[in-house]
Design a protein around this ligand. Structure first.
Ligand code: AMP
Ligand code: FE
Ligand code: ZN
Ligand code: FE
Length: 283
């Protein structure tokens, strides 16, 4: 039987990916992906375009989202699958996060402009209208101006969360986000829970707290996880009866992550679909 490639975490120009939603779908088909989720940061604005492209190109499409959360100053990302995008409580939280991100980006650029060649206009040139703005867009403006070579170099220093120019934005507590996703009929899965290479990660007790709130799964296989981190997450998933997923976290040219490099089992995918109440899979 043919292997089915299921990749449940990707980004488009609706957030910090570098390809529009339809191009992400086309690239997924080229990479041999059979089931694809689009999970832009704090926005579902890419669903429609991706759905249409998926129907045309014959790939199964899973509407998704990645919610930026924060607990005690630690950044946590929560994936949501198949929720109702019109559910007002979740929609309002996402809108508040996007608005706060806009102010925060402007403030970071103000601080950066004291020391490097950057303007707010040059950052806006890097953002599609209506997209969720983030540090990657500031990085792209720095690249365009020749201040740094690529996003990675920008994040290593100028845009680092420990750096001089970092400003926080509003982000819900992850337990609240889990409840919002469940309330919108979605399936919440914690993204890259143990990726210590990305910055500080939370204690297992925080994950347990999210389980109590209704967390459905853990993204175990992610390029930022070491083999030891994956083994530990598998133990946690078994202990708390959670689904295990694997995904690429593709950002186009914005990151080295390649489509389909980590994947989810058909059994885990079927379990996600069976739990969802908000939106249908596009087949
Ligand atoms: P923000 O949400 O605005 O604080 O920015 C964080 C986003 O930047 C994450 O979603 C990552 O996708 C992206 N990011 C973090 N580190 C890097 C890096 N070294 N290279 C490229 N993108 C990164
Ligand atoms: Fe990102
Ligand atoms: Zn993430
Ligand atoms: Fe992501």
């Amino acid at each position: 039987m043919a292997v089915v490639l299921i990749d449940l975490h990707t980004h488009s120009t609706v957030s910090d990916g570098t390809q529009p939603p339809a191009e992400v779908v086309a690239s997924a088909v080229e990479a041999g992906v059979d089931v694809l989720a689009l999970t832009d940061h704090d926005s579902t604005a890419g669903w429609e375009e991706a759905s249409q492209a998926a129907r045309t190109l014959g790939v199964t499409f899973v509407p998704g989202l990645e919610i930026s959360c924060s607990r005690d100053g630690v950044s946590i990302h929560l994936l949501s699958y198949l929720h109702d995008p019109d559910e007002p409580n979740l929609a309002a939280t996402l809108k508040a996060a996007r608005d706060s991100r806009e102010q925060r980006a402007e403030r970071m650029v103000e601080l950066l402009a004291q020391d490097v060649d950057i303007t707010w206009e040059s950052v806006l040139e890097q953002v599609e209208p209506g997209a969720t703005i983030g540090r990657p867009h500031i990085a792209d403006a720095l690249v365009a101006r020749g201040v740094v070579a690529d996003r990675a170099e920008a994040f290593a220093d100028l845009l680092s969360a420990r750096g001089h120019y970092y400003v926080r934005h509003y982000a819900p507590d992850p337990a609240e986000a889990v409840r919002l996703v469940v309330g919108a009929g979605g399936v919440p899965v914690m993204a890259h829970p143990a990726a210590s290479s990305r910055g500080r990660v939370v204690e297992d007790t925080v994950i347990e707290d999210l389980v109590d709130a209704g967390l459905a799964g853990l993204e175990v296989d992610h390029v930022d996880h070491t083999p030891a981190e994956r083994a530990h997450l598998r133990e946690l998933a078994a202990r708390w009866d959670l689904l295990e997923t694997g995904s690429s976290d593709y950002h186009g040219e914005g990151k080295p992550n390649r489509l389909g490099e980590c994947t989810t089992s058909p059994e885990a995918f079927d379990a996600i679909v069976a739990r969802a109440r908000g939106t249908a899979v596009v087949r």
